[in-house]
Design a protein around this ligand. Structure first.
Ligand code: NAI
Length: 308
């Protein structure tokens, strides 16, 4: 099994590191456009192999897609990250060109690859990949809700003073500070609805903190986060290569599900060897559906920028 990660920056390198530690592939190719950068990261990571005890061979390459040939999964993290004060949406122009070119090059050498899109604005980049590549929709997965849901569970664990692994919670909708929707009504702690354990104001604060979770870190770090985004990307790769049939929120093409069409948005899906395999229909109430529709409108407006 071979896996490719494009972009050897903060998120791509962290994702690759997680993939190697979990031994998800015999061969992992890390590709970047910056001369020597992916090579350097790959060698540094390979020098942890005897310390961490993994057996994945990591190869760094500068823009040579022939080296990625035969990859089962390709993760796209190439592109600019946001700086403090920037929204993910402001990255659209530059990242659209990068993501389209990268995805085309990947498919040239790995026609059967499942594509995981991480570059921002991720919902629009996923839609761009869907429209430009002509692949079956199940093979294009945007990573955003997986991260946002992990952040949601982190903030819930702080509020409840509990282990976040005992929590279930999903963030659906767009992967933007104002477009994501933490589904507080469906969040549970050991099967108990968290709404029975936290008062309304605390739960509202958890949701609000989740929504600006990325911006909070960008403010602290001076650039966007990488540990959780990289781990979230690797978790999706793991679900694919191990055919886990695990439930994640991913950005996928909707064709009437959740009342939306011709758009890629975050919804709960089963992820396995074929990519995203099934959409799980959480029954939204009227307020949640209205918020989901608003989120879709905002993402659709961004998608329209692609056509301009
Ligand atoms: P970074 O700047 O550390 O790394 C990006 C890398 O992409 C750089 O090494 C750059 O040389 C490379 N690159 C640029 N153009 C390329 C091309 N045409 N081909 C190959 N490589 C190319 O940025 P970071 O922090 O790793 O973020 C990467 C992207 O992921 C950003 O767009 C960021 O906004 C996004 N992101 C998305 C998240 C999500 O949940 N979907 C979470 C965090 C970041």
């Amino acid at each position: 099994m071979k896996i490719t990660v494009v972009g050897a920056g903060a998120v791509g390198a962290t994702c690759a590191d997680n993939i190697a530690r979990k031994e998800l592939a015999e061969e992992l190719v890390l590709l970047d456009i910056k001369e020597g950068f992916a090579e350097g990261k790959a060698i540094d990571m390979m020098q942890t192999a005897t310390l961490l005890g993994f057996d994945t061979k990591i190869k760094g390459v500068t823009n040579d897609y022939s080296q990625t040939a035969g990859s089962a999964v390709a993760v796209i993290t190439s592109g600019l990250p946001r700086k403090p004060g920037m929204t993910r949406e402001e990255l659209i122009g530059i990242n659209a060109g990068i993501v389209k070119g990268v995805a085309e090059n990947i498919l040239k050498y790995s026609p059967d690859a499942i594509i995981v899109v991480i570059s921002n604005p991720m919902d629009t980049m996923t839609y761009l990949a869907l429209k430009s590549l002509g692949l079956p929709k199940n093979r294009i997965i945007g990573m955003g809700g997986t991260l946002d849901s992990a952040r949601f569970k982190y903030y819930l664990s702080v509020a409840l003073n509990c282990n976040s692994n005992d929590l279930q919670g999903f963030v659906i909708g767009g992967h933007g500070d104002t477009t994501m929707i933490p589904l507080t009504r469906y969040a549970t702690y050991q099967s108990l609805p968290v709404s029975e354990l936290l008062d309304e104001a605390t739960l509202a604060k958890v949701a609000a903190d989740t929504m600006v979770g990325g911006a909070t870190l960008t403010g602290l770090l001076g650039t966007s986060a990488w540990y959780a985004p990289g781990a979230a990307g690797a978790a999706l790769v793991e679900a694919i290569v191990r055919d886990e049939k695990k439930l994640f929120t991913c950005c996928v093409a909707l064709d009437g599900e959740y009342g939306q069409k011709d758009i890629c948005l975050g919804v709960p899906v089963i992820v396995g060897r074929n990519g995203w395999e099934k959409i799980i229909d959480y029954k939204l109430n009227e307020t949640e559906q209205a918020t989901f529709n608003k989120s879709a409108d905002a993402v659709r407006n961004m998608n329209n920028v692609l056509a301009e």
